[in-house]
Design a protein around this ligand. Structure first.
Ligand code: S3P
Length: 172
């Protein structure tokens, strides 16, 4: 498969875990844009936000997407805020199919509670409220950016990955 498969969705929707599994199953390379940003800049996402702020992070995020514009046959997991800049989505769509991992706020909060990854945008004591607010702000952007939507609520990883594989095969 020449086209990239791009996973978008809110923090904690399972983009990285499912992306890695999907890549393994389809024998494709896996790229995680947050990890790429950290590797290229030799600094953690948390530290970027702390030292330079969100705006600077978004700039690095966009540069990273641009650097991927010629890549093929990759499964790409993106950061949850990738949809905030429509140019990111335009670039990714040139060479790939964008799949939204859709999830309820409750499911997301549950996943985030058990996550090892530090997320600078939801560090406050009432972080669940911030998840709710952010989701409300972004929901439409996620929906409008997606070629395909897969709801992940209550599903196991292998079920999600199989579902994505079926959809992709149907479209091929
Ligand atoms: C962000 C999501 C994070 C990371 C950064 C900002 C967001 O990635 O890029 O903390 O704005 O939703 P995950 O979606 O992998 O948590």
């Amino acid at each position: 498969m020449e086209q990239n498969i791009i996973l978008i969705g809110f923090m904690g929707s399972g983009k990285t875990t499912n992306g890695r599994r999907l890549a393994r199953k389809l024998n494709m390379d896996f790229i995680d844009t947050d990890s790429l940003i950290e590797e290229k800049n030799k600094i953690s996402i948390e530290e970027i936000f702390k030292r330079y702020g969100e705006k600077y992070f978004r700039k690095l995020e966009n540069e990273t997407i641009l650097s991927l514009s010629n890549c093929k046959s990759k499964v790409i997991s993106t950061g949850g805020g990738i949809i905030l800049n429509h140019r990111n989505i335009d670039i990714l769509k040139e060479n790939g199919i964008v799949i939204l991992l859709e999830s309820s706020v409750d499911n997301i909060c549950n996943n985030l509670k058990n996550s090892y990854k530090k997320r600078p945008l939801i560090q406050k004591k009432n972080w669940k409220e911030d998840v709710r607010i952010l989701m409300k702000e972004r929901k439409e952007l996620y929906e409008n950016s997606a070629d395909i939507t897969v709801n992940v609520d209550g599903k196991k990883h292998n079920q999600i990955v199989n579902e994505i594989c079926c959809i992709i095969k149907e479209r091929a």
